[in-house]
Ligand binder design. Structure first.
Ligand code: SF4
Ligand code: SF4
Length: 218
């Protein structure tokens, strides 16, 4: 058993073996988290302007600032810079790429609360709502019949080889619901990219970017 866990820990060289089993509800996510592979403690969700709007509908400005930060691109996401879709979330300033993301505290997303799951509920970021589903690379979703794929390294797909149909079932999601959410995310990515270009033109430094964005939508 320990050997098994050790082998898992070396997967991609960045997985910790914390046994946080009390914050996820889907049974397979629970198993995944028990192996230290849970995405809420392993990924850094990006935040878009649309996410800020959704957060502000349910939470105070203070709470939003508590959850969201502008940070330098995490090393695990350097490959995003080569991907035109993902590159849209980055803000280039003085030779460094920044992005809006949820804060990480004690090795997990700040919104992950033991025993309660994600404290943001429906206000959680769009990327968290669609994860691990995506559209096929290069085929931007425009209508509601595009092919779905599993993006990133969700344990259900990578370790347990589950087909997309079974993963949808695990989350009790239909293809049409997830496609709608992906269309929303795609639109939000485009809007975010335009807004960042505007900020760039106005010479907004990264440490002022969050306040500038919040002011522009309030
Ligand atoms: S969504 Fe995938 S990576 Fe995240 S906790 Fe569930 S099984 Fe693990
Ligand atoms: S915002 Fe919620 S769902 Fe997303 S990573 Fe954080 S805790 Fe998990």
């Amino acid at each position: 058993m320990y050997l098994f866990l050790f082998q898992l820990s070396s997967l991609k060289g960045r997985i910790c073996l914390t046994l946080k089993v009390d914050y996820v509800t889907h049974s397979l996510c629970l198993r995944c988290a028990s192996l230290g592979l849970g995405c809420c403690s392993r990924c850094r969700p990006f935040i878009l302007v649309e996410d800020l709007r959704l957060l502000l509908r349910k939470h105070s400005l203070g709470k939003v600032k508590e959850v969201v930060e502008v940070g330098e691109i995490p090393t695990i996401y350097l490959h995003h810079l080569l991907d035109p879709e993902m590159a849209q979330i980055y803000y280039f300033w003085n030779g460094v790429y920044y992005r809006l993301q949820t804060r990480f505290v004690n090795g997990a997303c700040i919104s992950l609360f033991p025993g309660k799951g994600c404290t943001l509920g429906d206000g959680r970021p769009l990327i968290c709502k669609v994860w691990p589903f995506w559209w096929r690379s290069g085929l931007k979703p425009s209508k509601d019949d595009f092919p779905l794929v599993i993006n990133g390294d969700c344990t259900m797909a990578t370790l347990w080889n589950m087909p997309i149909e079974d993963i949808l079932k695990e989350f009790s999601l239909s293809e049409s619901v997830i496609r709608k959410q992906l269309l929303t995310l795609n639109k939000a990515l485009e809007e975010h990219s335009k807004t960042l270009k505007e900020a760039m033109k106005k010479n907004i430094p990264p440490n002022m970017l969050l306040d500038w964005l919040l002011k522009s939508i309030l």
